[in-house]
Design a protein. Sequence first.
Length: 514
Amino acid sequence: MVCTADDLQEWKDFPKGLRVLLLDRDGHSAAEITSKLEEMEYVVCYCSDEKETLSTILNTSENFHVAILEMCKGNYDESFKLLGSSKDLPIIMISDVYCLSTMMKCIALGAVEFLLKPLSEDKLRNIWQHVLHKAFSSTPKPEVDSAASLMQLQLESEDNTGVLEDTEVLSWIQDVVWEQEQPEGSVIYQLNQGSSLQGCWESENQMNRPMETDCSDKDVRSNFVETASHDLVCEDTLQEGQPRLSGENKSGVKSGPSAAEHSIQGSDVNPSASSKARKTKVDWSPELHRKFIRAVEQLGIDRAIPSKILELMKVEGLTRHNVASHLQKYRMQRKHVMQREENLTRYSMQTNHSPPIMAYPSYPYCGISMSTVYRTWTQTNGHPANVNMRGPPDYRHWPQPGTQPWNSYAGMQADAWGCPVMLPSRAPYFSYPQQISASHNVYTANKGYGTPQISFDLQPNEELIDEIVNEAKRKPWSPLPLGLKPPSAEILVEELPKQGISTLTPQINAFNPP
DNA sequence: CGCCAAATAT
DNA sequence: GATATTTGGC
């Protein structure tokens, strides 16, 4: 590992001192980049050709945190090779040639980012993120589920065919990235003892194929996914390049579901067949949950009972009990959220009265505009809560595993997506009063039913704020009460590097249309 | 069956 | 210690 999460904890003034390997054949541009990097107090090691780079990487890869490599103009393959040279080192490719397919290929091959020259300070400033991400990625996060990511990737690809003219590249990438279709609503059982996956199956299309996984492109996959995916699906995007689960468990690391979901280790026990290995838990993957939600909505929240839901879900192997349990949790969540919203509403009613301000003020948090980062739940991509207006937009109340990279890193939460600094004790979201009041305007977005607009111009009492803040701290995955959605991975990847942007794009449909 | 709460697993 | 999921009683 180049840099582990633990290392980061001890890295006091991260990202200062970040060691960057730079390959750029153009001396002038190299000097420029170097000086910019050095201004940020990064340590730069410069190479002027492939060979040098390769040997540097191979011999001393432990010593770099991130590499910036220029595409070789005459010979892309050379560059592609470089990409494969180090699994652990986050590699940023750069080029002055804009070529989508090349970019995609690089990403597919494991590059963490592709930047176009010239490299502005802005582009360079945040390269530390890749180090963070890599570090975190090597610590598997149980909530993460990369199936969704990949599904997402595929969806995206399909969706973008208009844009991506080079379908060949596309299919190539798809091959590399993921050879199989993602099962919808696959259920995973895990063994009671040991964390190895026992089996999985899919329901909708009865193609029960084993999902063999090839170590070698595991990294490629996740990298591609995390960098290039968009938010067609509201599920997660960030996923670790955690190689395999069962084989060796580095540093006593437990296998994350994602790894599990796609790889079947030796004995793949069919849930029905398995006799000895008692299956333990159903993994409510985003897909599975979506099915659940779909069923619940179809039935209507009041009529949604386990047996009916089960029926509608059509997921083989799932039991009524499983559903009942999930339903129970679901209801509790729901209740909780509704209660909280009610509090806010009540509050707003009693204070209130200036008309809602339909604007998107920018609230720079670590240089990023809040409104850019936080999108409203109502316009969730892919499976918008408002697609089906019969019921309440339920998924917004539901934790979306893996969507938030900071999820499992209490100490680093904000850092992982916002600042390189360790979090003080304050909450990442609304530490400042002005943010609180301003955010209220967006609140209306969340309450789309019946009451078109509720707004307040005054601040709620402190207890309420505290409660919200605490809640946000404790459960970063639960939706913010203000109708805002936490940053998606896509946003993180795309927006953070451009740190400083504060332009708001109210393409975001934050308010319910009249 | 469905719901709820206790028990377990992660 | 907190959550997520399963179990078991009513």
